[in-house]
Design a protein around this ligand. Structure first.
Ligand SMILES: C[S@@+](CC[C@H](N)C(=O)[O-])C[C@H]1O[C@@H](n2cnc3c(N)ncnc32)[C@H](O)[C@@H]1O
Length: 402
């Protein structure tokens, strides 16, 4: 009989089972960490054994992989981020170097598109640019090195680190951005039973992984909800993004002056924890199909949860990065001049149809949000925030300790 865990990476399954046998049930965050980032068998990692498994960056991201990101669809986002870089460069009075950091660059497509736009229209800026790629996966880093090989000549301007913390506190004057990174950070899953917050744990029964409930593994889970003024109703199941909050803290600390731009699918806390979203947002992706079961194809399918942008805004504020604005991808692209870029005659009708995907209200255009935070700039006027589908303050949360 085939079990639910068939087509999983068997070594990874054995590792998770061994950890549970030794320590007891693990949090979902730990399960997700292992499934995606086990150093050798995680979905994004597949170190030394990747060829044996037939895995590489192309089997993960892109048309031949499990899911598409905006840069796979069209180079427009890279071109727009180049405009964002120029804007921050002017706001900072053209520093030398201007540091640009992408966190979680995947195959490196966005960096390539952005550097291409820069070398075509502002070679002088390219000479002042220090570009840092923050990537924890050796497999993804190899793909990025390959993608950026044409920029080999400028190699001294490209630098890789495995974690934001390696940059050091206040090391960046410029821009730190990410696209579809935060949704891939491990999340805790919780539910409410008998009026009490319970955490969903992962356990083993025979050949299968099963879920069980326990008291929260850390008081931070309850605090996260309390600080955002959220009370969950009985039977409600959702996610808590402690890793994303920790990530935001390190990113805000790494920035000295400039902007943080976070692009991803997600919601304000109010929408995330709306009474109608009773089952949370956890999803898996395989071959462009949604899979609702995280206990199948372990290590072979992507796993993701939507982003709570209010939690990121709050965490940034606590570490000196204040919200400059919040919009959706469509409005961000249009604000920075997408129509003008697409009308310059360099794209054929096929390219333009693809670009239109980035503006679809139920797709990239509306579901993806853009959070811009700033440090050391006084109330900057940003073109990407010219058009906003939300009121100012939409990310604000009622803080019970305020
Ligand atoms: C979904 S992909 C995003 C791809 C890319 N940004 C794009 O737009 O196509 C997530 C990427 O983030 C990397 N990653 C995950 N957690 C990370 C972390 N804590 N620090 C740096 N990179 C991370 C993964 O290895 C992968 O390259």
């Amino acid at each position: 009989m085939q079990t639910r865990i068939h087509r999983s990476d068997s070594v990874l399954v054995d590792r998770i089972r061994a950890e549970i046998a030794e320590h007891g049930p693990i949090t979902f965050a730990r399960f997700m960490e292992l499934a995606l980032y086990d150093p050798e068998h995680g979905y994004y990692m597949t170190g030394a054994n990747e060829r044996a498994r037939g895995a590489d960056a192309e089997t993960r991201l892109g048309w031949e992989g499990d899911f598409l990101t905006a840069p796979d669809v069209h180079p427009l986002l890279g071109m727009i981020l180049f405009r964002q870089i120029r804007e921050v460069d002017a706001l900072l009075d053209h520093p030398r170097p201007l540091t640009v950091v992408e966190i979680g660059p995947g195959k490196g497509t966005l960096v390539r598109d952005l550097l291409h736009a820069c070398s075509r229209s502002d070679p002088d800026l390219l000479t002042r640019l220090r570009y840092v790629l923050v990537e924890r996966s050796p497999m993804m880093r190899r793909a990025q090195e390959q993608m950026l090989a044409p920029y080999e000549r400028r190699r001294n301007h490209l630098q890789w680190v495995t974690a934001v913390e390696e940059l050091g506190d206040r090391a960046v004057t410029g821009l730190i951005y990410s696209n579809e990174l935060v949704d891939a950070l491990p999340i805790h899953r919780v539910t409410v039973r008998g009026g009490a917050l319970k955490e969903i744990m992962v356990d083993v029964a025979g050949a299968e992984f099963i879920e069980s409930l326990a008291d929260p593994s850390t008081p931070e889970l309850g605090e996260y909800l309390r600080r955002q003024g959220i009370t969950l109703p009985e039977g409600y199941t959702t996610e808590i993004h402690l890793e994303a909050v920790r990530w935001m803290k390190s990113v805000a600390q790494a920035l000295d002056r400039g902007l943080l731009v976070t692009i991803d699918y997600g919601h304000t806390a109010q929408d995330y924890y709306a009474p109608t979203r009773r089952d949370g947002t956890l999803l898996c992706y395989s071959r462009h199909r949604i899979v609702r079961d995280p206990y199948t194809m372990i290590g072979e399918q992507d796993m993701t949860a939507h982003v709570n942008f209010s939690a990121l805004a709050l965490a940034g504020e606590e570490h000196g990065a204040s919200v400059a604005g919040f919009t959706n991808l469509s409005h961000y692209l249009i604000g920075l001049g997408a129509e003008e870029l697409l009308a310059d005659g360099s794209f054929d009708s096929h390219d333009l149809r693809r670009a239109a995907e980035l503006f679809r209200p139920q797709g990239f255009g509306g579901t993806f949000k853009v959070l811009i935070q700033q440090k050391g700039l006084s109330a900057p006027t940003l073109r990407g925030l010219r058009f906003r589908p939300f009121f100012d303050g939409v990310l604000d949360v009622r803080r019970s300790d305020a």
